[in-house]
Write a protein that binds this ligand. Sequence first.
Ligand SMILES: C[S@@+](CC[C@H](N)C(=O)[O-])C[C@H]1O[C@@H](n2cnc3c(N)ncnc32)[C@H](O)[C@@H]1O
Length: 312
Amino acid sequence: MGFEHVPVLLDRVLAALPLKDDALVVDGTLGLGGYSEAFLKNNPAWRVIGIDRDAKAREIATERLKDFGGRFTPLAGDYRTMKTLCAQSGIEKTDAVVLDLGVSNMQLTDGERGFSFREDGPLDMRMNQSAETSAAELVNTLSREELTEIFRKYGEERFAWSVAGEIVRSREKTPVRTTFQLVELIRRGIPAPAMRKMNGHPARKVFQALRIAVNDELGALEQGMKEAFELLGEDGRLVIVTYHSLEDKLVKYQFREWCEEGLGILEPRKAEVPGEEEIERNPKSRSARLRGFHKKDLPDSAKGRMGPWRKV
Ligand SMILES: C[S@@+](CC[C@H](N)C(=O)[O-])C[C@H]1O[C@@H](n2cnc3c(N)ncnc32)[C@H](O)[C@@H]1O
C-alpha cells in the first residue's frame, strides 16, 4: 500500500528557518519525510536528523531520502529524548528543531493502526508499535471516571460521562476490540438532538482524546520543547506546527515564558495559519498553527519583558 502525506505549512516552515548554509536541523517528527526532503533539496549543504517513534514512518522516509546519502540520518525514538538520541550520534548542538505534531496521513488511513473512526480495525492507536499500552487496553481497563476525564481533558467531549458509561456497560459483556465497536458506543452515548446538530463525525473528539492519552502526546510536547531548547545552539530556531488548541496553548505559553526570561524572541511574531488555498488543496491543514522561537541572548535591557511580541 502506497502512503502519502501532504506536508502542512511547508512554505512557512522554510521561511521560519533562515539558517546558515551548512546548518544541522532536527526534524523531530519525521513522518513520511516531507519536511526533511524539502530541507535537503532547498539547501544543498544542510544536514538533517529525522526522528520518529513509528517504525513504518521511518522506513518509508528513509527510502524516500536515500539519495541524500550521509546528509540525512534517521533516528528511532521519541523526540522528548532528542538530546540523548542526538548525543548517541555524536551531536551536541543543532541549528534548528522542527516539530510537526499529531499523526501522519499514513497512520490515519491505515485501518490496521486503529487511529481512524472511518476505518474498521483493531483499536490500537500506538505510534510506537512496541509501546505497551494500546487504546483497547485503556478502553477496557480504565474506570468510567478515568475514561470521562480523558474524553473531557483531551477531547473536550461534552458527553464524556455518557459515552464512558456506554463503554463500561458494553465491555462487561464483550471487550471493545475494534474502532467500529467504539464508534457505535460513542453514537449511543450522544443524545439524538445533539447528534443531529453536530458538525463533523461524532467520534472525532473521543478518538482524538484516546490517541493523545495512548501516546502521551502532551507530555512529549512539554518535555520535547525543553530538550529542544537545550539542544539548540546560539541563534537556534524552534518551529512547531500544532493541530489543536491543547497543543497550541502549551507551545504559546512555553515560548512566552522563554521570552519573558530574555532567552530569545518570537519569530514569526504571531502564530501563522494556512491560507484558503492550502486549506482547499489539503483540508487536513485547516486547524494547523505554526509558532517559532528564536533562541538568542538578549541585552539586559530587553530581559524580563515581552516587548512588541507581547500579543501571541
Ligand atoms: C504530522 S506527522 C509528520 C509529517 C512530516 N512533517 C511530513 O511532512 O511527512 C507526525 C509524525 O510525528 C511522529 N511523532 C508524533 N509524536 C512523536 C514523538 N513524541 N516522538 C517521535 N515521533 C513522534 C508520528 O509518528 C508521525 O509520524
